[in-house]
Design a protein around this ligand. Structure first.
Ligand code: FAD
Length: 527
């Protein structure tokens, strides 16, 4: 039953909003978590490649357009748990250097106004909260940590261990991927009979049929609802606008559509965590007399500086079959920084990060078509390729450019993206090809695009960030250092909108850590 007024209203139940709900619920105050989607149904189709990737069964039914007029479906997922219901659960801290300015061929990745040491305790708490499995001391770029991982890493299967050994022989430092995969392992590394996560390939991009992924619903929303009757989850409820007082200094109402009817819900504190793109759109469509260009938009930065990483999923064909069942266990950061910090990288700029992804299957490969160098084969060997493939995910940093932005245009949503730093991304790919050749893997790499969204590249919104940047100066940023909207005393944001830069590792652990940090600031207001 909806009440008139809550101590805090949180919008969006992905990692950013759910972390906030989990933490604020512990105060005993009345907290409302609003989510536009429902629970993602556990069903056979969760692991059906055709349903998930080719048909986009769980993808939001939205069509946006690009600056060239191209229409596309953004890779958004509206469910309790948000995009984490389908994410790959690689849970990295940003590197310490990512908080400073970094020179790239296409420009400067800006410095963060709050540094790594302020985030460190929250990173540790976030790793514990999401039960990250990992091993400190292996990754050459790992930032200082005040405690170990609470769970041992997920062990490599033999083929991936061979790859790891081969990379080490080449003088590189492969490491166990920090993963929010809820696998309990026996002494041989097998998943125990009661382990939530199995050694199986549907992982990245798929919902978890067994709840074996540390997603925001499983780790936060469900336990918080169980333990705290003062927390209410309102599902299938879409926030249309935020209303402010006449002066624009406070949010006074959250206009929400439930079953076609408009309700105004009131919260002393309002936290927006709709995902970086949807949060910026909410700020823009909440424009009023006090905020004519959208909430907190004196700087003109709302919706701008969109970043999403330069990502690629590539398959390498192994000479021998690759029978690995759970492949997402290895990472490689030897090319993460410029040469001075990453000696294996000959360039004086960063290339990026490499990790494994879940194994491709024949259906995925068939849906994407064969790469050119195999087209001549009389029988299309989709299954053969899948059996022999080793699958990598490559990430390079992109830069926050004001012209890369989300906004309303001609009655619809427009997303303008001009890629940056693509030369470094191409070099990372070429570097991987060269290394694999040395470790007995066929040097042909070909792209798999389905995982990134059906119409890559622009629909690849998985790592969306930067659209409501935080900073000290209200003339240049949207949020203050506590992620509170400049000039609006009770409005906070805890998704990846606040990122001034994105580094080249997956963003979600930073979102969770920051939400814990901001929750502390809100709790201090109440104490
Ligand atoms: C295929 C895929 C793989 C990924 N793999 C990884 C990975 O391995 N590691 C990693 O770190 N990250 C990964 N990510 C990214 C990760 O999922 C996101 O960083 C994370 O989910 C962002 O959390 P969030 O809370 O900011 O937003 P979201 O997860 O997007 O959640 C926002 C929520 O707000 C709701 N919402 C939006 N608008 C409204 C509204 N108006 N009213 C009410 N509710 C609303 C949405 O329905 C959604 O539930 C991946 C993403 C995808 C899509």
């Amino acid at each position: 039953m909806l009440q008139e007024r809550y101590d805090a209203v949180i919008i969006g139940s992905g990692p950013g909003g759910a972390t906030m709900a989990w933490k604020l619920a512990q105060s005993g105050r009345r907290i409302l978590l609003i989510e536009r989607g429902g629970y993602l149904k556990r069903e056979r189709a969760n692991w059906d490649t055709r349903a998930v990737f080719a048909e986009g069964r769980y993808q939001a039914d939205e069509t946006w357009s690009s600056s060239s007029g191209e229409r596309f479906h953004p890779g958004l997922h509206y469910f309790v748990g948000g995009n984490s219901k389908v994410y790959g659960a690689a849970l990295f801290r940003l590197r310490e250097a990512d908080f400073g300015g970094i020179r790239h061929p296409d420009g400067l990745s800006p410095e963060w106004p709050v540094k790594y040491d302020s985030f460190e305790p929250y990173y540790l708490a976030a790793e514990r909260l999401f039960q990250v499995r990992g091993q400190r001391g292996e990754d050459p770029t790992e930032p200082p940590a005040s405690g170990p991982y609470a769970h041992p890493p997920i062990r490599h299967e033999p083929r991936i261990q061979e790859l790891s050994d081969g990379l080490a022989r080449e003088g590189l430092r492969p490491f166990h991927l920090p993963l929010g995969g809820l696998m309990d392992q026996d002494e041989n590394g097998e998943a125990t009979p009661t382990s939530a996560l199995l050694r199986c390939d549907p992982f990245d991009g798929y919902p978890s049929l067994t709840n074996g992924k540390a997603d925001a619903q499983v780790m936060l929303v469900d336990p918080a609802l169980r333990d705290h009757p003062n927390l209410t989850l309102l599902r299938n409820a879409t926030v249309e606008r935020l209303l402010t007082d006449a002066a624009g200094g406070e949010v006074t109402g959250v206009e929400t559509v439930i079953e076609g009817r408009r309700h105004v819900i009131r919260g002393d504190i309002v936290v927006v965590a709709c995902g970086a793109l949807s949060s910026a759109l909410l700020f823009l469509r909440s424009a009023n007399d006090a905020h004519p260009d959208g909430l907190a938009n004196r700087s003109g930065q709302v919706g701008r500086n969109y970043m999403r990483h330069n990502n690629a999923t590539v398959l390498a064909i192994s000479r021998r079959p690759n029978p690995t069942e759970f492949q997402k266990t290895l990472g490689l950061n030897d090319f993460y920084h410029a040469h001075d910090r990453s000696p294996a990288n000959p360039h004086d700029f960063p290339l990026g990060h490499i990790q494994m992804v879940g194994k491709s299957d024949g259906v995925q490969i068939e849906a994407e078509g064969l790469p050119g160098f195999l087209q001549w084969l009389p029988e299309k060997p989709f299954g053969w390729i899948a059996e022999h493939s080793i699958d990598f995910w490559l990430t390079s940093e992109d830069l926050p450019r004001p012209e890369n932005r989300v906004f309303y245009h001609d009655g619809g949503v427009r997303l303008d993206v001009t890629p940056t730093n693509m030369a470094a991304h191409a070099l990372l790919r070429e570097t991987l090809r060269r290394i694999l050749d040395k470790v007995d893997i066929h040097p042909h790499l070909f792209d798999r695009t389905l995982y990134l969204g059906k119409d890559t590249p622009i629909s690849g919104t998985a790592h969306q960030s930067g659209t409501l940047v935080f900073g000290e100066d209200p003339a240049k940023s949207v949020l203050d250092l506590d992620c509170r909207a400049h000039g609006i005393g009770n409005l906070y944001v805890t998704d990846a909108s606040f990122f001034p830069s994105i580094g080249a590792v997956n963003p979600t652990l930073t979102i969770i850590a920051n939400a814990l940090r901001v929750a502390d600031r809100i709790r201090e207001r109440w104490d």
